[in-house]
Design a binder for this molecule. Structure first.
Ligand SMILES: Cc1cc2nc3c(=O)[nH]c(=O)nc-3n(C[C@H](O)[C@H](O)[C@H](O)COP(=O)(O)O)c2cc1C
Ligand SMILES: [Fe+2]
Ligand SMILES: [Fe+2]
Length: 394
């Protein structure tokens, strides 16, 4: 099913309610949409394709408006296969279409698919006339791949922003911000940004500065996942700006793992002590919290605290996974608190400390390493750590 979203601009994207993990990593409890847009002017331009298994549904949406053989341009803002997997199927029926993309996308296209369509490589801010309207291409390097660009319809003032300003969550026929529960959009777009783009926060801010510098009138922000913003197109831009800010939040997150409850009880004690000191504190049990939620809550937390039992002389395996994410996602450096329990020789907490210091994080004193149940002195140490954290956050 298609829908006209502006004069001559049609939504022809699809909902995915089948994929459980986006990129086979991030949970999709509400699905996800692969947005694609068709512009019908003197020339016909298609913006983005969809993920490969949805090509038949997508081509059917296009056929409701035009025969795909009439498509003049396929504008590919980004080569990731959630937006290009269906390109080979399109190429079979849109034989005269010219692929429009950046120089770096050209190289990727050839190595990914090598479809028998002609290509047009566009420079930053280059324009392409479709007849009554002109499209302008805005390179957006590392938002979130090196070849990424955005496309702007200068007549209808629509910014096709690709993954930037995107959100998890299928659309279910409600395409616009004024048709969807915005509390859900807020949490799903923040989780999307945190999972997909956290490694490139600087590029989000550069991209937004570039868009603002171009003084584009924005009637619609139309990303490649999630809702289209028309009631308040700047809502998502401003939220992306806030979520990518290098300023840390005045809060603390405790991420812990626990097999039998020893470490868990210390996590809860520390949480209570922090709360009594007026610190806003969230907790995640690494075994039950989905990773993208942990990343979302951790990426800008003022202080991070890890709690881990020793497991075969190492930290709890899933705690290790969070630290790997913090490294690859280039988390801003900040103080980290550590506590843990052990049954005999210990060592998990010491290894965590060495590793985090090696990554450039500072470790708060005291580090709490408990043999079984905490002694009264260790309970006092916990309280001291809570005080140190409270003082830092204030
Ligand atoms: C599979 C497994 C491996 C463990 N490996 C170690 C170890 O190498 N060194 C150690 O001191 N304790 C080890 N322990 C003991 C735990 O670290 C200790 O019981 C801890 O307090 C458990 O905390 P939890 O209840 O929060 O999981 C191990 C326990 C389990 C179940
Ligand atoms: Fe992407
Ligand atoms: Fe995407």
């Amino acid at each position: 099913m298609h829908r006209e979203i502006a004069k001559g601009v049609y939504y022809v994207g699809v909902d995915d309610h089948h994929t459980e993990l986006f990129e086979n990593l991030w949970a999709l409890p509400h699905g996800v949409s692969y947005n694609s847009y068709l512009i019908v002017d003197e020339k016909v331009a298609l913006i983005e394709c969809v993920k490969e298994p949805w090509s038949a549904e997508w081509l059917a949406n296009i056929r409701e408006i035009v025969d795909p053989s009439k498509i003049d341009y396929v504008i590919i803002n980004h080569m990731e296969p959630d937006h290009t997997g269906a390109l080979p199927d399109l190429a079979k029926v849109a034989k005269k279409a010219v692929m429009v993309y950046t120089y770096k996308a050209s190289d990727m296209q050839k190595s990914f698919y090598n479809v028998p369509l002609r290509e047009k490589i566009v420079e930053d801010l280059e324009e392409l006339s479709l007849g009554s309207r002109t499209l302008r291409f805005i390179h957006a390097q590392f938002l979130h791949w090196p070849e990424t660009m955005m496309t702007y319809d200068t007549q209808e003032c629509v910014l096709f922003s690709c993954d930037a300003f995107g959100s998890f969550g299928a659309l279910n026929g409600s395409h616009f911000d004024d048709e969807i529960d915005m509390r859900m959009v807020e949490s799903e777009s923040r989780r999307y940004l945190s999972a997909i783009i956290t490694s490139y926060l600087k590029f989000i801010r550069q991209g937004i500065a570039k868009i603002k510098g171009l003084n584009l009138e924005l009637k619609l922000v139309a990303p490649s996942h999630g809702p289209i913003y028309r009631r308040n197109p700047m809502w998502i831009v401003d939220h992306y700006l806030e979520w990518s800010s290098p300023d840390l939040e005045k809060n603390c997150i405790i991420i812990y793992g626990s097999m039998y409850g020893f470490t868990y009880r210390i996590a809860m004690m520390l949480k209570k002590q922090l709360a009594e000191l007026g610190v806003e504190v969230k907790t995640h049990n690494v075994s039950y919290s989905e990773m993208s939620r942990i990343i979302t809550d951790t990426m800008r937390a003022g202080v991070i605290v890890f709690g881990s039992p020793t497991y075969d002389a190492f930290p709890f395996p899933r705690i290790q996974t969070v630290i790997d994410e913090m490294e690859t996602k280039r988390f801003a450096k900040r103080p980290i608190g550590l506590f843990g329990t052990y049954g005999w020789g210990g060592g998990g907490i010491k290894k965590l400390q060495e590793q985090l210091e090696g990554l450039g994080f500072s470790i708060l004193d005291p580090v709490i390493s408990v043999h079984g149940q905490p002694t009264p002195q260790e309970v006092g140490n916990c309280r001291r750590l809570a005080q140190v954290i409270a003082d830092l956050i204030r």
